[in-house]
Design a protein around this ligand. Sequence first.
Ligand code: ADP
Ligand code: ADP
Length: 226
Amino acid sequence: MAPVTYDKASCVYAGGVRAVDALDLSIDDGEFLVLVGPSGCGKSTSLRMLAGLEEVSEGAIRIGDRDVSGLSPKDRDIAMVFQSYALYPHMTVADNMGFALKIAGEKKPEIRRRVAEAAKLLDLEQYLDRKPKALSGGQRQRVAMGRAIVREPRVFLMDEPLSNLDAKLRVSTRTQIAALQRRLGVTTVYVTHDQVEAMTMGDRVCVLDKGKLMQVDTPRELYEHP
Ligand code: ADP
Ligand code: ADP
């Protein structure tokens, strides 16, 4: 069973804007799926409906065999990374990364274990005691990813996570994210307006325009049959 299915899912905002129009899409287990398209085409809204931050107005979205409409954001087993990292400035990197687990009532040794493991994967081990303001943009972005992966979510969502980084850092971070996703094997939906990011990172790329799905295929197929 696909971990995520959009079944003619639409989002109509107050005022009648049809931001996402009858989206049909099935995401495979462990897949890295990229949603790409121009600003305003409905990428964020598609992601936000899945995360429970927007309502599904028509059609349905399922996680496994469960309709998301009946699931609270907490029960969706999803973690999301945004373009603004929104780290807690007064907390250390380690505490930022462990915070969601602490709130969820996880035991301290288990939190320490998962934080240490994520820090290793993300090359953040020597920064665990620092505050976010003492980190570079790329390091902050990695902390935000660490905070999401320690929860070991079923689905990992990223909304333009590289847009606050300079061009050089975007390239190296792009490679790190793709490698991390493959190592974790976590089903991932990644939003970007950047064609190069889409074509280099995704197992499949889903092209949206004006709320509609135009094409979904592997980068290779899209390149050869645009
Ligand atoms: P993208 O992520 O591709 O830039 P969005 O999903 O943010 O696109 O937006 C899709 C469309 O929905 C746009 O026309 C946008 O103006 C509109 N929109 C987004 N959020 C809202 C909102 N809260 N209320 C009304 N319209 C919105
Ligand atoms: P306290 O909550 O009193 O600080 P601990 O020192 O056992 O208790 O820390 C539990 C916390 O482990 C979590 O909030 C986690 O984020 C953090 N943590 C702190 N330092 C480290 C570290 N060096 N390696 C891994 N996790 C750490």
